[in-house]
Design a protein around this ligand. Structure first.
Ligand code: RP5
Length: 165
């Protein structure tokens, strides 16, 4: 199954490159689209209604400001929807965080963090969701976690030897 990454503007793309890169690294096919809940509402609905039929299993939606993209997408599908609040000026992402996370009951959006962790965690969470039905992907996801742990422990060893008397 594929992941679709929707972003409200092409100005969001630089912050989302790590999400696309990690999906690639995990061997997950993805689509990335610039579609806006406010500027292209009809195209958003069309995309979401056709998503399942095109093999998309998880929708990741990123937007800044009055970020309604993830909520609108969730209103039109039963697929899992993850929201990435983009940290734009002047409010630094608090606006998009609240717009994305404060969904009314019955219309869920799994909201990720503001800042560099959000896009990366969206990719990992999407991978974990798809891995429930894909044992080979589950192995790659597990390997990612092990590798991450090894990297941190290697840094710790480097620090210990630097600090050693
Ligand atoms: C949001 O408004 C977009 O997701 C973007 O984060 C922000 C600014 O968009 P542009 O004016 O750069 O197109 O809808």
């Amino acid at each position: 199954m594929k992941v679709a990454l929707l972003m409200g503007s092409d100005s969001d793309l630089p912050r989302l490159e790590p999400c696309l890169a990690l999906l690639r690294e995990l061997g997950i096919e993805s689509e990335a689209r610039v579609l806006s809940a406010h500027r292209t509402p009809a195209a958003v609905v069309r995309f979401v209604e056709e998503a399942r039929g095109r093999g998309i299993g998880v929708l990741i939606c990123a937007a800044g400001g009055a970020a309604h993209l993830a909520g609108v997408v969730s209103a039109h599908t039963d697929l899992p929807v993850l929201g990435i609040p983009i940290d734009n000026p002047p409010l630094g992402g608090l606006d998009s965080l609240l717009s994305t996370v404060q969904m009314p009951g019955g219309v869920p959006v799994g909201t990720l963090g503001v800042g560099v962790g959000g896009p990366v965690n969206a990719a990992i969470l999407a991978a974990r969701i798809l891995a429930l039905g894909d044992p080979e992907l589950a192995q790659r996801v597990a390997r990612y976690r092990t590798t991450q742990s090894e990297k941190v422990l290697a840094k710790d060893r480097a620090l210990q030897s630097k600090l050693a008397p």
